[in-house]
Design a protein around this ligand. Structure first.
Ligand code: ADP
Ligand code: MG
Length: 271
């Protein structure tokens, strides 16, 4: 992406990450450089162990690099303290994981309101924002359902609503369709396309070529380095027969007691 006229959303220069395990050192990133412009839809692919999740953790400000420079919206992340870093993360970045990472006992509404609660948004406003986000992912009718009352695809939609509710600039997804059947995965990818066309920047980590085919740019990792970084014309989805046929049972409206930690679940990506 030479001569981009606008400031990159993400700028990474010679980033390295070394995990120390006792005597052993794992060089998970060996010098990665890349820029991502606002509005891009990028897939990061590569064999297991190539450093995809590590790179995503760096981009998502979930972990610090060993060396190198990382700027988000022009802000150099290394210069920020813990609080400023988590503020920046909460403001700018939404996360979606393979296993949804929802709270078992909270309604869809609660899950989506939680980041707003941490951001200090007043209750009435947060209800409205959460409702809007759930509607945006096609779950406006399911706001009082708990995860066990939702299909896998619906749970992932709740997770996506949670990720976009405070309007981040960037959505990061690590194997977002990995736990879903192909039809449901397809629906999630269509939703990503909608969000992308509405201006959201998307980075999707995947080992699935069909998922990568939907992005406009594919970055291939190998052994902690970028092997290839290419623009592509995204493939069009095959026309889907019918919609989501799964019907969840009607839930009792509940008000769960004090669900905690949702942003902390992000730690689970580093496996
Ligand atoms: P991928 O997501 O492409 O499968 P990862 O980024 O998870 O790859 O891992 C890259 C390398 O770093 C692997 O060798 C992995 O074992 C190692 N690694 C990842 N996370 C940790 C960690 N928290 N501690 C030690 N080693 C890790
Ligand atoms: Mg991984």
């Amino acid at each position: 992406m030479p001569d981009a006229p606008i400031q990159p959303l993400i700028e990474i220069i010679d980033l390295t990450k070394v995990y120390k395990m006792g005597e052993m050192e794992v060089h998970a990133l060996r010098g990665v450089s890349l820029s991502i412009q606002p509005g891009e839809y990028v897939a990061i692919v590569g064999a297991s162990g190539s450093g995809k999740s590590t790179l995503m953790n760096m981009i998502g400000l979930l972990d610090r690099p060993t060396d190198g420079i990382y700027r988000v919206g022009g802000t150099e992340s290394q210069k920020l303290g813990k609080k400023a870093l988590s503020d920046l993360r909460n403001r700018e970045i939404g996360f979606v994981f393979q296993r949804f990472n929802l709270l078992a006992r909270a309604t869809a509404m609660r899950q989506v309101e939680l980041p707003l609660f941490y951001a200090g948004v007043a209750s009435r406003k947060s209800k409205q924002m959460a409702t809007e986000a759930l509607t945006r992912v096609g779950l406006g009718e399911r706001t009082h359902h708990r995860p066990e009352e939702l299909s896998g695809g619906q749970q992932q939609r709740v997770a996506i609503a949670r990720a976009i509710v405070n309007q981040p600039s960037l959505l990061l997804a690590d194997e977002p369709t990995g736990a879903l059947d192909s039809q449901t995965g397809e629906e999630i990818l269509t939703l990503f396309e909608d969000l992308h066309s509405q201006g959201l920047t998307l980075i999707v980590v995947t080992h699935d070529p069909d998922v990568a085919a939907r992005a406009h740019r594919v970055i291939t990792m190998r052994d902690g380095l970028i092997l290839e970084d290419v623009q592509q014309v995204p493939s069009r989805p095959a026309p889907a027969p019918g919609g989501d046929a799964s019907v969840a049972p009607v839930a009792q409206p509940t008000l769960d007691a004090q669900p905690r930690v949702v942003l902390e679940t992000a730690g689970e990506v580093a496996v």
